[in-house]
Design a protein around this ligand. Structure first.
Ligand code: BJW
Length: 225
C-alpha cells in the first residue's frame, strides 16, 4: 500500500495568518535569528526570547487551519495506505485540522522543556525567565523549540519514513534549513516520486520530479482532490 510522507513549512500556515520566516516582512525581517532562535541567544537575553515565543504562542492559539491543512487531514482519513506529516511548524494546526500522524521535527509552541533535566510539560500561555521545572525545580524552563545548532526531533523515524516512501511532498517551505532541506533528494534517491507545492520554486527545486506553484490553500486541495 502506498506510503505518503509530507514535509510542511511555514508557507502552509501563512493563510491562517501566521507569519513565515523568510518572506518579505517575515519573522526574520523583524528579529535577528541569532537573538531568538539559538541557545546562545536564549542564554544572552531570555526575556527577549520568551517575549518572541509568548507572542507566537498567543497567535497560534487563535489561528485556525486553512483549506490546505484540511486537505491533508482528508488525505490521512481517506488514503488506504499510510500518510505521515513531518512538520517544521510549531503551531499545532495539523492536529487542529484532524491529522494524527504528525512528527514535529522543530518542537511545538505549546511545549516547555527543562534545559537542566530535559523534562517536558505543556507550556503555559506566558513563559518568563527563571520559570522552574515541575520535575527538578531548576529555574531552567524554555520553549520546547529546536533552535539552530540543536538536533531536530524524530530524525531516526523520519529517515526511515523517507526510505520507505512511495510519494514525498514538500509544502510551503523555502528549502533553506537543514536537515529538512535534504529530504526531497533523500526520498527521491530512495525511490519516491517527489513533488514540491509552494508559492514559488524553492532553492532545492531541482530535487523534485514535479512542482506546483501557488497559494497552499488552492494548490494543496487541488493536489489531494
Ligand atoms: C507559501 C505561501 C502560501 C509563503 N502558500 N507557499 C551550512 C550548510 C548546511 C547546514 C548548516 C549550515 N550551517 C548551519 C547548518 C545547520 C542549520 C541550517 O540549516 N542552517 C541554514 C540556515 C544554513 N540547521 C540546524 O542547525 C538544524 N539542526 C541541525 O542541523 O542539527 C544537526 C543534525 C541534524 C540531523 C541529524 C543530526 C544532526 C536545526 C534547525 C532549527 C530551525 N529552527 C527554526 C526556528 C525554530 C522554530 C520556530 O521558532 O518556529 O525553524 S528556523 C525556521 O526555519 C523555523 C522553520 O521551521 C525553518 C524552516 O523555514 P520554512 O518553514 O521553510 O519557512 P520560510 O519562511 O523559509 O519559507 C516559507 C516558504 O513558503 C517560502 O518558500 C514561500 O514562498 C512559501 N509561501 N506563503 C504556499 N500562502
Amino acid at each position: 500500500m502506498e506510503k505518503i510522507v509530507i514535509l510542511t513549512g511555514a508557507g502552509i500556515s501563512a493563510e491562517s495568518g501566521l507569519g513565515t520566516f523568510r518572506d518579505e516582512g517575515g519573522l526574520w525581517a523583524q528579529h535577528a535569528i541569532e537573538d531568538v532562535a539559538t541557545p546562545e541567544g536564549f542564554a544572552r537575553d531570555p526575556a527577549l526570547v520568551h517575549r518572541f515565543y509568548n507572542t507566537r504562542r498567543a497567535q497560534a492559539a487563535e489561528a485556525v487551519p486553512n483549506p490546505a491543512h484540511a486537505a491533508l487531514a482528508r488525505l490521512e482519513a481517506q488514503h488506504s495506505g499510510e500518510v505521515w506529516i513531518v512538520t517544521q511548524n510549531v503551531d499545532g494546526l495539523h492536529e487542529k485540522a484532524g491529522n494524527s500522524n504528525v512528527l514535529h521535527m522543530h518542537g511545538a509552541l505549546d511545549g516547555a522543556l527543562c534545559a537542566a533535566c530535559d523534562h517536558r510539560w505543556p507550556a503555559p500561555l506566558v513563559m518568563a525567565p527563571g520559570d522552574s521545572c515541575p520535575s527538578c525545580a531548576a529555574p531552567a524552563a524554555r520553549p520546547d523549540i529546536v533552535w539552530f545548532g540543536e538536533v531536530p526531533y524524530h530524525m531516526e523515524r523520519i529517515w526511515q519514513l523517507l526510505d520507505e516512501a512511495d510519494l514525498f511532498a514538500a509544502i510551503g517551505t523555502s528549502g533553506q534549513v537543514y536537515p529538512a532541506a535534504a529530504f526531497g533528494q533523500h526520498a527521491g534517491r530512495a525511490g519516491a516520486h517527489t513533488v514540491e507545492l509552494n508559492m514559488e520554486a524553492s532553492v532545492n527545486a531541482r530535487d523534485f520530479s514535479e512542482a506546483r506553484h501557488g497559494p497552499a490553500s488552492v494548490i494543496v486541495p487541488e493536489w489531494v482532490k
